[in-house]
Write a protein that binds this ligand. Structure first.
Ligand code: HEC
Length: 136
């Protein structure tokens, strides 16, 4: 009686997974206006949010010098960079509820009192993330 064992462990030699983290280059046939109209100065674009929210209300603590929680809101690049090095997802394009940036605002955790954001401001950040958190 012989048991023939045909099990030869095959070594998958050097399977390299090159994770090409390609940027989301979705075409920009962008809808011009968001459905609800926020105040003229604030729109759901990065540049508007940066100017009207991040700069006046966050930069004291989230600049390249201060970087609270590792988050630097100086520029789009630094925000995305922070998002990649922070333990938790700071910005998940298309998904505000998974984005700490949005959740911290929505829960009124950020900015610390007394500089709380208005509902419209919070919603605008949410809309920007929903629309892909683009550098627009
Ligand atoms: C007075 C200083 C201060 C201001 C102003 C401030 N933050 Fe923060 N922020 C902090 C500190 C300190 C932490 C880390 C400790 C903590 O989580 O409470 C933090 C943490 C965060 C986090 C990470 C939270 C998490 O759950 O991981 C986010 C996102 C954030 N801030 C966004 C903002 C935004 C956006 C603004 C402006 C609207 C803002 N912060 C304004 C001090 C500040």
């Amino acid at each position: 009686m012989r048991h023939v064992r045909g099990l030869i462990p095959s070594l998958a030699a050097g399977a390299l997974f090159l994770s090409a983290c390609g940027g989301n280059t979705s075409q920009s046939s962008a809808p011009a206006e968001p459905a609800s109209t926020p105040p003229a100065t604030l729109t759901a674009t990065y540049s508007s949010i940066q100017k009207n929210i991040f700069q006046p209300k966050c930069m004291n603590c989230h600049s390249s010098g201060t970087k609270s929680a590792g988050i630097d809101l100086t520029s789009y690049a630094s925000l995305i960079q922070s998002a990649q090095t922070h333990g938790d997802p700071v910005v998940v394009p298309g998904d505000p509820k998974s984005s700490h940036l949005y959740m911290a605002l929505d829960s009124h955790e950020m900015p610390p009192a007394p500089d709380q954001l208005s509902d419209v401001e919070i919603k605008t950040v949410g809309t920007w993330i929903t629309q892909g958190a683009k550098e627009n």
